[in-house]
Write a protein that binds this ligand. Sequence first.
Ligand code: M6R
Length: 609
Amino acid sequence: MCGIVGYIGPQPALPILIEGLTRLEYRGYDSAGVALLEGDAIEIRRAEGKLAVLAGQLRDERFAATLGIGHTRWATHGRPSEQNAHPHASHGLALVHNGIIENFVELRERLEQEGFRFASETDTEVIAHLIARHRRQGLAPSQAIRAALAEVRGAYAVAVVFEAEPETLYAARNGSPLVLAKGEGESFLASDIPAVLAHTREMIFMEDGDVAALSAGEITITSLAGEPVARETTHIDWNPVMAEKAGFKHFMLKEIYEQPRAINDTLAGRIHQGEQRVALADLGLDVEFLRTMRRVVMVACGTSWHAALVGKYMVEQLAGVGVEVDIASEFRYRKPIVGPRTLLVAISQSGETADTLAALRQAKAQGATTLSICNVVGSTMTREADATLYTHAGPEIGVASTKAFTTQLVVLYLLALHLGRANGRLSGDDEATLLRDLITLPTMVEEALACAPACERLAKGLAERRDVLYLGRGIHFPLALEGALKLKEISYIHAEGYPAGEMKHGPIALIDEEMPVVCLLPDDDLMEKMLSNVEEVRARDGVPIAITQPALVDTLPEGTEAITVPPCSRYLCPVVMVVPLQLLAYYVALRRGTDVDQPRNLAKSVTVE
Ligand code: M6R
């Protein structure tokens, strides 16, 4: 998730771009850059690191340009570096991009064969060269953009400037947000409203397939085919803080709602649609090793550890490989048995968690092959692991992990399918069926978000309680842990997650009319056993809250509260069922007035032991 800003008008462009980018830094900030049309030449300045580094480098330069584009990057393809920072240039044009180009490898190969030289590792640079290629063939800038975009597959929001057309700024959108804004004799574009809110409140939201041409006096929008398109202008009356969170009260809530998009981005380019098979080109591990390895060991902390526990079910049952899951801080001190036939999977949103990193280093020293599943490109774990699979969740700002968790589950599912195919456990037909479930997952998660009002209503009662118990079985037991962790870390209510079968071995003593028990009750082969647990809670005057599916509501004992989500396939069901757990925790914290995004005593990234 990157940030884009563009300006054309009578004012110097650079200060407007830098100020706009500052307001977009929440979208990611491993590098930044600007392109300015200075006279008849494009000047590009880029720097690795936060925007302040770029701003510092520009302090002593003077630019007269009144047209420019800027970008703050959150790396997806290619590590954070000056070369990989945007804008990218090609033969008289410069371009910034937010999104992921799925077919960039094949496009890059073709362009290289045609003589185009690549200066970065990014997927973005192919768009710049494709446009230049069409310009060479005689197309006008707007036509060249259209022709290039017809060749790319994936998500994009792009802004382009041409030396040959100094009065126009171009933009296009497909799957990544882009807003246009009209001021007095000036026009703006940005990935998000806060970037331009200081200048104007009149916004036009681009839609997928739109191509826009901005001059100082006018904005025109056409379709990819070049047909005129009419889009309404919307007056925005948010304050700047609201705008940064896209109108959501907290980053955590925004990130919960971003999950369908985050899952889509994580899947982008990883499913070979034609052949219906997993395409983990980025994995880069030797297939022979994957076929012959003896076991998988997963290490992680907190929410990432819960993802590993779900991943164990996926990999064991789909790939038939034994999986051991360890809390990273325990692994490093227990003299673990790992060696050359072990695949060590380190799961971490940040890629910087000290305990997980130490576990990865230890396993590597003992000869294991290491794979990191990470959200932050270029983080320490990704540099040290033998291979990395990224979760393309975009920056997660709320301390409570939400979209990082669901995208970790998606990557673990892809890995399980890949391993199952590599070792012959899964047939091509099995893989195709299991992939069909995955393709519908973003829609399922979207539908699950409709449970928000029910969560908000139930949060009223929960917010008054001192303790809450969470129960789950099988692949949903880790979700009981995750639901309890979410609640305790942001609402400060004591919560415990238990495998439901363990209830009778101790926790049942706690149940009385004061004890809410959140029960994960999907319609699966353990459903009857979970229903018995709900009955047991009811029989002791406890207050069961079933996270369930519509078909089961009538089977619940009287006095049970229900939150429903759509039915989903066996291994992906946790991705859907976790949504109400996140929302419940959020609304309870909201009622209690705690600091949802930065709960007390916690840090987003725990880089000390
Ligand atoms: O960056 P990591 O995934 O390695 O972080 C691990 C934990 O610190 C993290 O998941 C933590 O438990 C979250 N605050 C949970 O919401």
